[in-house]
Design a protein around this ligand. Sequence first.
Ligand SMILES: Nc1nc2c(c(=O)[nH]1)N[C@H]1C(S)=C(S)[C@@H](COP(=O)(O)O)O[C@H]1N2
Ligand SMILES: [Mo]
Length: 252
Amino acid sequence: MTLITRRGLVAGSAVGAGLLLSGCDKLGTQPAFRKILFSGDKINHATQRALSNRGALAPEFRADQMSPIFRVNGTHDPATPDYNAHVAARFADWRVQVGGLVTRPLSLSLADLGALPQRAQITRHDCVEGWSAIGKWQGPMLGTLLKAAGVRDAARFIVFTCADLYHGAPYYESIDMVDAFHPQTILAWAMNDQRLSVGHGAPVRLRVERQLGYKNAKYVARVDAVASLAGIGGGQGGYWEDAVGYDWYAGI
Ligand SMILES: Nc1nc2c(c(=O)[nH]1)N[C@H]1C(S)=C(S)[C@@H](COP(=O)(O)O)O[C@H]1N2
Ligand SMILES: [Mo]
């Protein structure tokens, strides 16, 4: 986690947020930069290999490769009274709460999210049910938020709590710190250059591009740093993990 954090900080201060978007992985492959990343302390070779692999970028595509139709899957509309009120207000009062094991809890409006350095990426979404679609996503890197909130050392996972309910309980998902600080992991508020539609997770969803569709939580209301997934939902780290035993780590 420290390494990934440092990687983000080094890249961010060296090249600026704009270049970080495309430049981070290139930097990561340069010998001098890798030396900074992997030099010294506690890192053994197996960890280095695992980290290099986990840190690799998902493929990005050109605008002309975007799917003309991007299917809506899972919840199409949370349709709770609370969510309906947010839709009516065009999400002006929506807040993403960043809390749990952090030193500075945050409460972020859409304007706040839009004011942070942005990343845009055209990626392929792969659903476990066997369909894929290529779309463009934009928002701040999750890592930027987590750095601002000051994630404590004890935190091992980031949990996303959504506004849609399944049998009365919110859809939720979780990722580890490697994915949380991955440069393509963003809290997206725009898709295909428009604000997110209700079907695709308005007003904010997670994009975690190295994992399958169900990890990409829509309707994100809370982002919490936690030390353990036990006691959250059914304890398996996500709605589908609890409900039907999908893998918690759904790497692609
Ligand atoms: N909150 C929430 N997030 C969710 C789901 C859901 O039902 N509720 N479905 C998941 C699944 S299985 C997929 S494939 C994608 C679908 O995203 P899309 O509707 O934008 O295609 O969202 C994921 N995130
Ligand atoms: Mo899915």
